[in-house]
Design a protein around this ligand. Structure first.
Ligand code: KIV
Length: 275
């Protein structure tokens, strides 16, 4: 069954957990979709995972469209959410609507995601008014990494925790259909989840959230530059790939690949008539 923003709302109301994983290409999106995961996030984490950047700052709208279009083609039932990258919505409400519109038109995704609370509510409202569903993102927002001074758990003081709750209520009021909570203490994330009627999707925010999201390359141990504490490695695909690459290299070099069964035939008569 096709997942939509309405499905998300119904799942929260029924107390059913929402699953979300990132993907950045057609083949991975197909596998995630076929596994029954409710939503695929084309995260700007593609800057780290796919493009080898240190952070997400350099990711462009064109990058997001390039990958978002491929993912949308592979996802039949999952709700595809595409991240709005750094400086594609912070600059003005106008820029936000134009860039969200481009992402929707050129990828055929179902929603966009942007980072920030009350400060980006005018943008959220304007994008939603243009009939584009918006997922908000609070807590550790990687596009603000330079302002945060590193990857740190958020909301640990009374003021910061209160701001997180206020921001969650503000993005709900502005029309967001869901909110990602990243790197937030579990008890606080549970409080936020109870304080708003839209679903919360946690990443490093404990199991009191209405759903969970992980970067697929983290949970498969494909991406090894760094691994946050909140990741569970569901498989060691990185090691399987390394092993396969080593075996391929050896087979090419010792001549055992390609073998007879990987080879196309031609009539000897044709070969004999050649000079
Ligand atoms: O870019 C991304 O992958 C994200 C998730 C970490 C939520 O925003």
């Amino acid at each position: 069954m096709k997942n939509t923003v309405t499905t998300f709302q119904q799942m929260k109301e029924k107390g059913e957990k929402i699953s979300m994983l990132t993907a950045y290409d057609y083949s991975t999106a197909k596998l995630v979709d076929e596994a029954g995961v409710n939503s695929i996030l084309v995260g700007d984490s593609l800057g780290n995972v796919m493009l080898g950047y240190e952070d997400t700052i350099a990711v462009t709208v064109d990058d997001m469209i390039h990958h978002g279009r491929a993912v949308a083609k592979g996802a039949k039932n999952a709700l595809v959410v595409v991240d709005m990258p750094f400086m594609s919505y912070q600059t003005s409400v106008y820029d936000a609507v134009v860039n969200a519109g481009r992402i929707m038109k050129e990828t055929h995704c179902g929603a966009v995601k942007l980072e920030g609370g009350a400060v980006v509510c005018p943008q959220i409202k304007a994008i939603v008014d243009a009939s584009i569903p918006v997922c908000a993102h609070l807590g550790l927002t990687p596009q603000s990494i330079n302002a945060f001074g590193g990857f740190k758990v958020q909301g640990k003081t009374v003021e910061a925790a209160q701001k997180l709750i206020d921001d969650a209520k503000a993005v709900e009021e502005a029309g967001a259909f869901a909110v990602v909570l990243e790197c937030v203490p579990a008890k606080l994330a549970k409080l936020v989840s109870e304080a708003v009627s839209i679903p919360t999707i946690g990443i490093g925010a404990g199991n009191g959230c209405d759903g969970q999201v992980l970067v697929y390359a983290d949970m498969l141990a494909l991406f090894s530059d760094f691994c946050p504490k909140f990741v569970r490695k569901f498989a060691n695909v990185g090691e399987m790939m390394s092993q396969a690459f080593r075996e391929y290299d050896a087979a090419v070099k010792d001549g055992s690949f390609p073998a007879e069964e990987h080879t196309y035939k031609i009539d000897d008569e044709v070969i004999e008539k050649l000079y």
